[in-house]
Design a protein around this ligand. Structure first.
Ligand code: AMP
Ligand code: GLY
Length: 418
């Protein structure tokens, strides 16, 4: 099958790496890593002929690219604009969750500063404040300091921090517990769960600093076993799909459930409408069956084939630019990628790189590379990933050194124990 993959990040690099095992892939616009494994073009996806179109990032989904392609008679993996609003508007998502009776944090929606401020002042915190619209994973403030919370709301509602995405905010009850990302592939009615992953959202070790798009991930996750997966399917995924169907929304693609394992059981933090980044970099390498076939079936409205999982564990470490996530600096020459990529069991996915003069590789985004390793255990995957990281350098590069630490200290976990 000929498949077009839309996007240019490390997630799309991981999608392409899985698809090329069975299919011909064309990537638009791609990146310097993707162009080493498949054909890359700048053409619009509409003008490329293919049997399947896979849309990687949320922005084109929220903008309605899937609808446009479907209107042309093309087969698309990814929800249309109405379904993508689950990620494009947190207020919409929370209303769907409420109507579907999915366990989640209580919430209120504000666009008026005075009302938001008096709401915040009415309880002791901690305060969780989210931009309603897209913010590349950076629109959430969690703080126990009332003044900081009020200032965050002011910056968001005034448009100063996130433009129009922040002019409406969702203020939520704070939840506590380890986090899990559960990605399911759905044809709108049935759904299959992919291996569970966990993401490291804060920029510094020990979960300190600002929220980011994700600084690392691993799969499996010891605090989310099959019973958790079954519970989330029954209490969140299926009720949500039924609620979307009731609203006339035919959702085909990935539904990403971000969960917090609270002492009252798993609760939904958010839905995303595409593969997680960096979750895709650890989930997709663990799928041993044909990803393209699964996507084709979901896009066609009928998932039939089972998903086969590799028992190995996978772990990825994101290498970020100086200043990320607040004010990342780009254009630094990157060295050592080929050497790291040549290590056994290691793949370096490109997130924010480009080719500069004389085909030098330079940084061009906040999250530059995603260094992924597979191992018999998470411990082995982590050792390999960090060894590969030590071979790469660029000015200002920073990364977390504790990816996988909590899982590994909970016991020498084997990759098969999901
Ligand atoms: P989101 O973009 O909604 O996934 O939020 C980003 C991160 O903020 C989550 O992964 C959590 O770490 C944190 N977060 C979001 N909502 C809550 C909440 N209600 N309580 C505590 N932490 C939260
Ligand atoms: N890693 C979180 C996300 O993709 O939104």
């Amino acid at each position: 099958m000929r498949v077009v993959v839309v996007g240019s990040g490390a997630r799309e690099h991981a999608i392409v790496a899985s698809l090329i095992r069975h299919h011909e892939v064309i990537s638009t616009p791609g990146n310097p890593g993707i162009e080493t494994i498949c054909e890359v073009t700048d053409k619009d996806p509409e003008s490329i002929d293919a049997e399947l179109y896979v849309i990687g990032p949320e922005a084109p989904l929220v903008a309605g690219l899937a609808d446009k392609l479907r209107a042309d008679g093309k087969l698309v993996f990814g929800p249309g604009q109405e379904g993508a609003a689950l990620e494009g508007s947190k207020a919409f998502m929370k209303r769907v969750l409420q109507d579907a009776k999915v366990p989640t944090a209580g919430f209120s929606v504000f666009s008026d500063f005075g009302a938001a401020k008096s709401h915040l002042s009415s309880y002791p915190g901690p305060y969780v404040i989210k931009t309603d619209g897209l913010a590349a994973g950076k629109g959430v403030k969690v703080t126990s300091d009332l003044d900081e919370a009020i200032e965050d709301v002011r910056l968001k509602l005034s448009g100063e921090s996130f433009g129009d995405s922040g002019r409406r905010v969702v203020i939520e009850e704070a939840m506590v517990g380890p986090e899990v990302s559960m990605l399911v592939v759905t044809d709108g009615a049935s759904a299959v769960a992919l291996p569970v992953a966990t993401d490291f959202k804060r920029v510094y070790d020990d979960d300190l600093g600002e929220n980011t798009g994700g600084m690392g991930a691993h799969s499996p996750v010891p605090w989310a076993d099959q019973a958790v997966v079954d519970e989330v399917m029954q209490r969140a995924v299926y009720p949500t799909l039924a609620e979307l169907t009731k609203r006339g929304i035919d959702y085909r693609g990935v539904l990403y459930a971000g969960l917090m394992m609270t002492n009252q059981g798993p609760k939904l933090v958010e839905y995303n409408v595409r593969f997680g980044d960096p979750e895709a970099q650890v989930v997709l390498p663990r799928i041993s069956s044909d990803l393209g076939q699964l996507m084709f079936e979901a896009a066609s409205g009928r998932i039939e084939s089972p998903v086969e999982i590799d028992n190995k564990a996978a772990l990825t470490v994101v290498l970020a630019s100086r200043g990320y996530p607040t004010a990342p600096e780009y254009g630094m020459e990157i060295k050592g990628v080929e050497k790291a990529n040549g290590q056994s069991g290691v793949v370096v996915f490109h997130g924010g790189t480009k080719k500069a003069d004389h085909s030098k590789l330079v940084s061009s985004g906040g999250r530059v590379l995603s260094v992924t390793a597979m191992g018999e255990t998470l411990g082995e995957a982590r050792d390999k990933a960090y060894r590969a990281v030590s071979l790469i350098e660029f000015e200002g590069m920073h990364y977390r050194r504790d990816i996988g630490q909590m899982a590994i200290s909970e016991g020498a976990l084997s990759g098969g124990e999901v």
